[in-house]
Design a protein around this ligand. Structure first.
Ligand code: FCB
Length: 490
């Protein structure tokens, strides 16, 4: 690691908005700072110690699905390097580490026998966090469904929800005394939309609106998993993580109707049932695609609507909706489904964009928190931003430090916007924002984009596996240290 203190983070930006110390002074006393990762993106060791294949192993092995034909076989090799990676997290001085358990590592078939060697890995990982003063936040399902379950229908089948709850119960039995926060599912929207509707993520189905059962069964898995975790007596808080993207119509009336549908598909289909116990009503012109959801058993919605200790939000970008199928984004495999969508995400010419081409708008982080308050009011539990971050091309090196200043600006401005939003008179006044997790610790396997999108605070050399903290790592460390209180686990 280069000598950290040689790096000095930039002061206030041109408009005088923030400095590390200024931002730190605004962080509430009991606010959690953390970093997040997910198993499939960092672990590698896909065939080791009895792990079973996941839908992502299978998808990545298909030709043309992953940018540049990249393979997830090694990724960051975190499976073998986890102690050093935990040292990196601890070195940040943050409070908490969000990671996911690979379901096929602990239950290779997704049902039946447990794989003790898989559980041992996470056992050591959790103890490694605790011994470093890091509070564990576990995600149970971050997209790596055991392949055997997919062969039986995956999330199109109700059975998968029941199996997920069995797995949740077992994880709860094993770690219930040591884990502070449980996230049942990460972004069910991404799995349903990218995985089952468009086919640009695993399992690569192209069902368009016929993917609705994958929405419902994931939500059912969430509700059943909350019940299962509580039934085995976990002592930590239990919640879920949804992605949210505030939606705007691009221009005319057709865009407006499509924007309403997009808002349902991206946001409300997942938040309404979890927080209010009902699916949102589609606009009259679009009832047919949502019909499946109006026929699900009423008691499922009771199950889905569990009281939660927190609500996790991943925010990356706002969505601008234009009617008609759009251009296929870079790094996305061309599927026939994507060419048949009734609308697409249009550019925001007024905003700069990330390496992925995602529009950068910290203001929309505030808009989104305000939207949650308006829509869910007292039904909204305390909120964690469970992912916030951006990909940028390889940073320039100078004085032994990788200067990813664009990432620092992104992170600082988004945290600032979130903290602003909850102030008295702010759009999200009354929302109890409990913490913020940076996506992500280190450059990793970014799903269909392979290794082409670098989101890390730490640079990963995918040839040598060497980790090198970037300037943003030292920025976050300064922020964590400059807070009003010593960094203790919350
Ligand atoms: C989120 C995913 C996470 C990562 C970031 C960039 O949607 O939860 O795994 O891919 O996007």
């Amino acid at each position: 690691m280069p000598p950290a203190d040689r790096f000095s983070a930039p002061g206030p930006d041109a408009s005088g908005h923030w400095s590390v110390e200024g931002l730190a002074a605004r962080i509430p006393d009991d606010f959690t700072l953390g970093v997040a990762t997910s198993a499939f993106q960092i672990e590698g060791a896909l065939d080791e110690d009895g792990r079973g294949p996941s839908v992502w192993d299978d998808f990545a092995a298909r030709r043309g699905m992953i940018a540049d034909g990249d393979s997830p076989a090694v990724a960051c090799d975190h499976y073998h390097l986890s102690p050093a990676d935990l040292d990196l997290v601890a070195g940040l001085g943050v409070d908490s580490y969000r990671f996911s358990i690979a379901w096929p590592r602990v239950q290779p078939e997704g049902r039946g026998a447990w794989n003790e060697r898989g559980w041992d890995f996470y056992d050591r990982l959790v103890d490694g966090m605790l011994s470093r003063g890091l509070s564990p936040m576990v995600t149970l399902y971050h997209w790596d469904t055991p392949l055997a379950l997919e062969h039986d229908g995956g999330w199109l089948s109700r059975e998968t929800a029941l199996r997920c709850a069995d797995y949740a119960a077992e994880a709860g039995r094993r770690f219930g005394d040591r884990v502070d926060r449980w996230v049942t599912l990460n972004e069910p929207v991404s799995v349903a939309l990218n995985g089952y509707a468009l086919g640009i993520h695993a399992p690569g189905r192209q069902l368009l609106f016929d993917a609705m059962p994958a929405v419902h069964h994931q939500l059912l898995a969430h509700g059943l998993s909350v019940q299962a975790l509580r039934a085995v007596g976990v002592r930590g808080d239990v919640g879920v993580t949804n992605m949210h993207a505030p939606v705007h119509p691009a221009r005319g009336p057709r865009d407006w109707i499509h924007a309403r549908i997009a808002d349902l598909l991206l946001n409300r289909l997942y938040a309404d049932p979890v927080l209010l116990g009902r699916y949102p009503r589609p606009p009259l012109l679009a009832t047919r695609p949502f019909r499946y959801l109006s026929h699900v058993p009423a008691e499922d919605l009771v199950t889905i609507h569990q009281p939660l200790d927190f609500y996790g939000v991943n925010y990356y970008y706002p969505a601008r909706i234009r009617s008609g199928p759009g251009p296929i984004p870079d790094g996305v495999s061309a599927t026939t489904a994507i060419a048949r969508t009734p609308f697409h995400l249009a550019d925001f010419p007024e905003y700069a964009s990330t390496g992925f081409g995602w529009p950068i708008s910290p203001m929309h982080c505030a808009v989104l928190l305000g939207e949650l308050r308006r829509r869910y009011g007292k039904s909204l539990p305390p909120v964690y931003i469970t992912e916030s971050g951006a990909s940028f091309p390889e940073p320039a090196q100078a004085d032994g430090v990788m200067h990813d200043d664009a990432r620092i600006a992104y992170l600082a401005s988004h945290l600032e916007a979130a903290l602003d939003a909850i102030q008295p008179g702010g759009p999200a006044e009354g929302v109890e924002l409990r913490g913020w997790y940076v996506w992500t610790l280190m450059d990793n396997f970014e799903w269909a984009a392979g290794y082409s999108q670098r989101f890390g605070l730490v640079h990963t050399d995918f040839e040598t596996l060497e980790r090198t903290p970037k300037a943003s790592y030292y920025w976050l460390r300064r922020l964590a240290r400059a807070r009003r209180r010593p960094a203790v686990s919350a």
